[in-house]
Design a protein around this ligand. Structure first.
Ligand SMILES: *Cc1c(COP(=O)(O)O)cnc(C)c1O
Length: 355
């Protein structure tokens, strides 16, 4: 049987400090009020005013002609691949990319493409690595038609692609006829951390999207942006796979509220992550990847308990973290303040020294 998430174990205490993921935020009272007040229409007829306002704002923010509202980031990636590629094509991305590892094989099942993973530290690769993976077009080789980059790189530790590196890989892709797509699930974490405007960060990309459930506090929603012809073609796939909605303005209102109130504060999450990383690094045996944004990966070495053991001890104290192999991942977000981070640090110190 494949792993399926289980309901919470009633024997465990309730989760008080949730560092599992920035997807675990609950909509604030103000966000819920904005949702309740939102004017709505029929989204798939194009007459939901709140969805239209969100799409116009997102297209402007990311420097594109057009935008489309979707329920999830996964659907943004899948629709982008379906729109850019044809069955049999090959897509190049990083070997740790979400689209390779965490979307249930959707790119193969839905679009019929193969995904090739490139290597590189922190979820990134350079233009030389990309160039080496590009083959001359031949009748017997798959057509390589799309490059996908993740900003920030999730399994790369929330690492931020430097602008020059992004521009360089996009230029190489373009020179060989590949389209470019940015998985911007946490794009605003990158722009806030780097102090670079979102439209500049996404300029070299043919399509880009942003997730409103990753640290921005919305209950659902992601927006895919691109040229007007791209979004026009993408709408066909949205309709086909059941992503066209009705009074979606209630959810778009949460996203607009997030843009107004939850973007600049991402800097606080980054500061909390740095604080947490410094505290963890002081524990002997922990290898900590210095965070650039809101994800802190740490590997217990030496005589320390395994990541699984530490995570289950923390869970007994009502502190939830995630585990990737033998790495723990702590994710800071708007429902975790500095006091909670300090309490989690204290708990880790006690849990690693317990027998
Ligand atoms: C979460 C995530 C996705 C998928 O977004 P969902 O809204 O969960 O479908 C895609 N890419 C990256 C890098 C992510 O972190």
């Amino acid at each position: 049987m494949v792993f399926a998430p289980a309901p919470p174990d009633p024997a465990l205490p309730p989760v008080r400090i949730n560092l599992f993921s920035d997807t675990q935020t609950r909509p604030t009272a103000a966000m819920r009020e904005a949702m309740a007040r939102a004017p709505v229409g029929d989204e798939q007829l194009g007459d939901d005013p709140t969805v239209n306002a969100l799409c116009e704002r997102m297209a402007r923010l990311l420097g594109n002609e057009a935008a489309m509202f979707l329920p999830t980031g996964t659907m943004c990636n899948q629709i982008a691949i379906l729109t850019h590629c044809r069955p049999g094509d090959e897509v190049l991305t990083h070997e740790d990319a979400h689209v390779i590892n965490s979307e249930g094989g959707g790119a193969a099942a839905l679009a019929g493409v193969t995904l090739t993973g490139l290597r590189g530290a922190r979820g990134q690769f350079d233009a030389e690595t990309l160039r080496a993976a590009i083959r001359p077009r031949r009748r017997y080789a798959p057509d390589q038609t799309l490059l996908i980059v993740e900003q920030t790189a999730n399994h790369g530790g929330g690492a931020v692609w430097p602008l020059a590196a992004l521009d360089a890989v996009a230029e190489t892709a373009g020179a060989h006829g590949l389209a470019t797509h940015m998985d911007g699930a946490r794009l605003l974490n990158a722009t806030v951390a780097a102090g670079i405007a979102p439209d500049r960060m996404a300029r070299a990309m043919d399509s880009v999207w942003l997730d409103f459930t990753k640290g921005l506090g919305a209950p659902l929603g992601a927006v895919l942006c691109g040229s007007a012809p791209f979004i026009d073609a993408a709408w066909r796939w949205k309709q086909r796979i059941g992503g066209a909605m009705r009074q979606a303005g209630m959810c778009a209102a949460a996203c607009l509220h997030a843009l107004d109130h939850h973007v600049e504060r991402l800097a606080e999450d980054h500061a909390n992550a740095r604080h947490l990383a410094a505290g963890l690094a002081a524990i002997e045996g922990f290898r900590v990847q210095i965070p650039e944004t809101n994800l802190v990966f740490v590997e217990p070495g030496g005589s320390l308990p395994t990541a699984d053991t530490i995570a289950s001890r923390l869970r007994q104290r009502g502190i939830l973290v995630s585990v990737f192999g033998n790495r723990l991942r702590f994710c800071t977000h708007l429902d975790v303040d500095r006091a909670a981070v300090d309490e989690a640090l204290d708990a880790v110190r006690r849990d690693v020294s317990a027998a």
